[in-house]
Each structure stands twice: as C-alpha cells, then as structure tokens.
Write a new protein. Structure first.
Length: 325
C-alpha cells in the first residue's frame, strides 16, 4: 500500500478511483501532486504516474513517500499549465485537484491563511515574482476592487480595496493576521455578524487566485489535457469553488456535445452539432458524502467532474464507468 498516512487526506478518493477505472500499466498524469494522496491511489491500482507540482517542498515530500513505486512514479516540478510541454502523450488519464492544498494552508510562512500569523505571500511557487503584498502595493485601488469582486465574489470589494491599499502602503505590520483584521473592519458590523465564514475568507481567496493566476492556468489545462488523451482516456477535475467549477462544467459540456450551438440569428435553428469526441461521465458534479465531510471538512466544497475520450474500438466493448447523478 502506497498511501500517504497522517499527512494529507485526498478528497473523493473512492469516487476518483471509480471514475478513473485504472487498468494495470496505464499511463496517468496527476497535475496537482501535492503530498501524493491521489497519486498513491492510482499507483495502488497499477498505473504509471507522472506527478506535477510547482511547490518544491511538496514535490520532495511526495517523492520520498512514494519511493516504493520505483520507476512507476516520476515527479516533475511544473505548473499544470505546462502539461503539454512536460508530458508526452498519449496518456490514459489526467487528474487535477485544483486549488491550494491543506498542507500549504497549514504552513504559516506561506501566507495562505489568516489562522496563523505569517507573511502576506500566497505563492504556490515560492520562486514566483509576485506576492500578495506586492500585488496590494502595486495595483490601483479600482483594479484591486475588481480582483476582489471577480475572484472572490466579494460584495464589499470597493470598501475592502480602499482599506487594504491604505494598510499595504503604510507602516504595517504587514502580516496575514493584521490583513484579516483590516478586511474585517472594512465590512459593516451587522453584515459581518451574519456571515458563516471569516470576513476575510473571500479576500484571501481572491488574492491567492490573482497571485498564482489560477484561473488562467486552469483554462490552459482544460484546453490542453483532452488533446493528450488516448482513445478511452479519462480526464478528472476536482474543484473547490464556483469560479473553477463553472469553467470545468462548461468545457466538459462543450467537448461532450451537451452544449447547444448558437443559432446564426434569431428565428433560425442552431446548426447541427458534430459528433462529440468525448463522453461526459458525470451528468452532475460528484460531491463528498456526510461521512467523508465529517472526517475531512475540506471535502465539503469539492466537486468532481469527469470526461472520457471516445473510440469505436473501446466504446462498444468497455462500458464507461459512471457515478449516479
């Protein structure tokens, strides 16, 4: 057993394995290796896995923990937006668990969370040029408000942007604890008292997405991964908020022929859709059940969607694995 115990709990592990339907000897890519929780499951099923991660600390830890797999596991330091550059197709499966890892959130020195004091950093790649603090200091107030509204869906983006600019350009202290206080103080007290989450949650999410260009990287992945799949190959994506899931849902609907084409003009029928090259394996997003959420609260917001490349050779003889809607 190659499972990573006591360090990281991969979300939707059983559901991933059901949809992956790994056959021994298949080639898979885990685009978000982290500590190797999902990769461990794929290896246990007999796959050869290439794991990508832009965080050298996570990459080194996963490599040590998965060394029992020998040459069936290869670790590559790369952002998943570079998938086609670092992985040669065809492959039998691509898996991506999008977003910040629990381990990164727990490292105060990485600055992802407000639960512990740390630098206002938020870089998934520690060698990246832009930190959250430098972004706050360089963006104009209006630009910052757009970031908070677009990436955090924050209704008080303007007020928070104004407060953060004053704080970021002042004497400080410039740490995550103080930043969270600045955000909380910018939100009306009556509103803050009704929130079911910390008032700074949306702001921290928005800045993290902006610092790491997460949505741009996801768009590139969604375009590239299907081109690497062999006939019958599967593409699985786990997302954690609506901005990500919406992109995955729309892309998968288009590739599987479920998204209707637009009519050329009003009054005319839409053009006939071409035969799709992919089959949608998840009519609805797969989510964690109550037992998993109780054991791993991070799984609460996880949504899994899956796609399969069609082929005449395998489609007729190998039924596609499905998760009930």
């Amino acid at each position: 057993m190659l499972a990573v115990e006591g360090v990281h709990k991969p979300v939707l592990r059983a559901e991933v394995l059901a949809l992956a339907a790994v056959r021994p000897g298949e080639r898979w890519v885990d685009c978000t290796l982290g500590f190797g929780g999902h990769t461990s499951a794929l290896l246990d099923a007999g796959a050869h896995v290439t794991g990508l991660d832009q965080d050298p600390a996570a990459l080194a830890a996963a490599t040590r923990r998965l060394e029992a797999a020998g040459d069936r596991f290869t670790a590559v330091r790369a952002n998943f937006r570079d998938l086609v550059r670092v992985v040669e197709g065809p492959v039998d499966g691509v898996l991506a668990d999008i977003g910040v890892s629990s381990w990164q959130l727990d490292q105060a020195e990485r600055g992802f969370a407000f639960s512990a004091r740390g630098p206002v950093d938020m870089r998934m790649d520690p060698d990246g040029a832009v930190t959250a603090l430098s972004l706050l200091q360089t963006l104009a107030e209006a630009e910052l408000a757009h970031v908070l509204a677009d990436f955090g869906e924050e209704p008080f983006a303007g007020r928070i942007a104004r407060a953060l600019k004053t704080w970021a350009l002042g004497e400080g202290p410039h740490d995550t604890t103080r930043m969270a206080q600045v955000v909380a103080e910018a939100i009306p007290r009556k509103v803050a008292a009704t929130l079911h989450h910390h008032p700074a949650t949306r702001t921290f999410q928005a800045l993290r997405i902006a610092v790491n260009d997460e949505l741009g990287a996801l768009d590139t992945l969604l375009e590239a991964a299907p081109t690497l799949l062999a006939p019958g190959g599967r593409f699985l994506v786990i997302s954690f908020h609506s901005l990500e899931d919406r992109r995955v849902k729309q892309t998968f609907a288009t590739l599987s022929g479920r998204k209707r084409l637009q009519a050329p003009r009003r009054g005319l029928p839409p053009p006939p859709a071409p035969e799709p090259d992919f089959e949608l394996l998840t009519p609805r997003a797969v989510q964690a059940g109550a037992p998993e959420v109780a054991d791993n609260p991070r799984a609460r917001s996880a949504k899994l969607r899956a796609l399969r490349r069609l082929s005449n050779a395998t489609a007729a003889t190998t039924p596609a694995p499905r998760i009930p809607a």
